[in-house]
Design a protein around this ligand. Structure first.
Ligand SMILES: [Cu+2]
Length: 114
């Protein structure tokens, strides 16, 4: 009887662990966050990468006041903030959306969604 109870507990533990593992793999595609840091007059990277699906874009201003738009999407962030968008695989261009000064025209970057 006692032996049976231990066996049952062990079995339960294995089932629970397997269930947890399964849950993790079903959430294999969690929302990706891309952090873009803008300064005068550049983004911190020329190329950002994300996984297709829901992507949260986060904009930070480390110097000056900038915003972003991403061509072909509804993403528009003025100053600082986040925006979540569903993206298909492809290459997107990020532009500064605020006329921020002499280097404004050069404030572009690529977002590569895989
Ligand atoms: Cu600008």
């Amino acid at each position: 009887m006692k032996k049976g109870a231990w066996f049952f507990l062990g079995f339960l533990l294995i089932v629970l662990m397997t269930a947890c593992g399964g849950e993790e793999s079903s959430a294999a595609n969690p929302a990706d966050t891309v952090t873009v840091e803008a300064s005068n007059w550049a983004f911190d990277k020329e190329e950002y990468r994300a996984t297709s699906g829901d992507v949260t874009i986060e904009l930070k201003n480390s110097d000056g006041y900038h915003g972003i738009t991403i061509d072909g999407t509804d993403v528009k962030i003025d100053g600082e903030g986040t925006s979540t968008v569903s993206l298909e695989k492809g290459k997107y261009t990020i532009n500064c959306s605020i006329p921020c000064g002499e280097g404004h025209g050069e404030m572009t970057a690529q977002l590569i969604v895989e």
